[in-house]
Design a protein around this ligand. Structure first.
Ligand SMILES: [Zn+2]
Ligand SMILES: [Zn+2]
Length: 455
């Protein structure tokens, strides 16, 4: 047992050193909490670009090129970093992988290896302390605070990235990351505009710097906006949501509730009319022979998730309504005691073995006072279930809110008693409450057929 001791001793000096992220921020140490390289990359450079934009005129060709390059680099992140490398939702041939690693690098959001590692931790530990961009720490934090402020890497949840370490494109991009950033982020957009139509400075400022700024902010929205704005049609245990606005900003990554439920699906939007250009691109690459093995969850599985979530919402809604005291919680009355109480002026009506106090309802009874009064102190099962009037589903529901007791032995009349036993069994919802479906109230009894008895 010497190995574990040696291990602890070897780690001891390191364990004593507290990571800056684990100390409280104050006015003496705040600058140590800041990741200055990231501040330069995601705040400094964009700021410089905004200032430059004041005196660098924007040419139409450069503007069009900047938008095209925005889509190229944005897709490098969404189709490459995210759906290909972080989730393996499809396979790509070498030329496509090189292209995605290059344009993805041009978005200046870190190397594939670093990005995908954090993203896998985000999926595995969503909304917890181990989630590198937990939205629980605030919208601003999940948007860019997590990059601007230092994080203790040991606190981020562990994930397996052995597959990424085996991809030579990923490894090469990680080792040469800064070269990739300067070439693809700034040099290429400037060269195209400069060699193409002589707008070197415009290419640098608009297609380079400001385009980086927009791509960064757009993709950061997946971590902030997508967790705040929209619906949760598949699961509401965690924060991810679906919203068309987020999808518009993030090249289709806005159907985030779906994505967290089915992360290895190459789609984020499953309906044809939903905006998901990342999905369309992957599909187009497949037609060109560049992508293959596109992964999809069966529609049956997706619908199951949707139905279960709907059920959950229904259960919650149901729990807020008054369904009457459950039968097993009502006091048991003797038949004679029931008749006695009714004679003494209490407006009690027994239907299907359940006693209801209708005293306050007599004057409101839609069928008139006389009708309801004739049932007081009697077994009104038959009267209520068609003998006198075939009451509506709503009437059975209303009646259940007036329950005050159950009669020992159930109905007085033997034939109705038997029919009652054959009545439907109850289903319980997620919170253990009985589900009372329309027409399945305990007071609703199918009319017994006397001839069936004889046979
Ligand atoms: Zn997410
Ligand atoms: Zn993801």
């Amino acid at each position: 047992m010497s190995a574990p001791t040696a291990d602890i001793r070897a780690r001891a000096p390191e364990a004593k050193k507290v990571h800056i992220a684990d100390t409280a921020i104050n006015r003496h140490n705040w600058y140590k909490h800041v990741n200055w390289l990231n501040v330069f990359l995601i705040i400094g450079i964009p700021l410089y670009g905004c200032i430059q934009a004041f005196w660098v005129p924007l040419q139409l060709k450069t503007a069009i090129w900047a938008v095209i390059y925005y889509f190229f680099t944005g897709l490098g992140i969404t189709a490459g970093y995210h759906r290909l490398w972080a989730h393996c939702s499809y396979s790509a041939t070498l030329p496509l992988r090189i292209w995605l690693a290059a344009v993805g690098g041009g978005a200046v959001e870190g190397s594939i290896r670093w990005w995908a590692r954090d993203h896998r931790a985000h999926h595995r530990y969503t909304d917890t302390d181990k989630d590198p961009y937990s939205v629980r720490k605030g919208l601003l934090y999940s948007h860019l605070g997590w990059m601007v402020m230092k994080q203790n890497p040991k606190r981020i949840g562990r994930t397996d990235i052995s597959d990424l370490n085996e991809d030579p494109v990923v490894v090469w991009q990680h080792r040469n990351y800064l070269k990739v950033v300067f070439t693809m982020g700034l040099a290429v957009p400037m060269l195209v505009a400069g060699l193409g139509w002589g707008d070197w400075l415009g290419g640098f400022v608009y297609a380079g710097i400001l385009r980086i700024f927009f791509v960064q902010q757009a993709t950061f929205c997946v971590n902030s906006l997508a967790l705040w704005l929209g619906d949760q049609p598949f699961d509401d245990r965690n924060s991810p949501r679906d919203h068309v606005i987020t999808a518009l900003v993030t090249l289709g990554e806005g159907y985030h509730n779906f994505h967290h439920e089915f992360p290895s699906d190459y789609r984020n939007a499953i309906e044809w009319h939903q905006y998901d250009p990342t999905k369309w691109s992957i599909w187009a690459w497949k037609q060109l022979g560049l992508a293959y093995d596109l992964k999809k969850f069966r529609a049956n599985e997706i619908e199951k998730g949707r139905v279960q979530q709907l059920q959950k919402k229904l259960d919650r809604k149901r729990a807020t309504l008054d369904w009457g005291t459950p039968l097993d919680q009502l006091p048991v009355m003797e038949w004679d005691d029931y008749v006695e109480q009714a004679k003494n002026g209490r407006g009690l009506v027994a239907i299907a073995g359940v006693v209801h106090d209708v005293t306050d309802f007599i004057k409101d009874h839609p069928g008139g006072k006389a009708m309801i009064s004739s049932g007081i102190g009697k077994d009104a099962t038959a009267m209520f279930n068609g003998g006198v009037y075939y009451h509506s589903n709503a009437a059975h529901n209303l009646l259940s809110t007036m329950r005050v007791g159950v009669i020992r032995g159930g109905c007085e009349v033997e034939i109705w008693k038997r029919a009652q036993k054959e009545n439907v069994e109850y289903v319980r919802d997620g919170s253990g409450q009985r589900v009372i479906r329309a027409g399945e109230q305990p007071t609703k009894i199918p009319e017994p057929i006397p001839t069936a008895d004889a046979a």
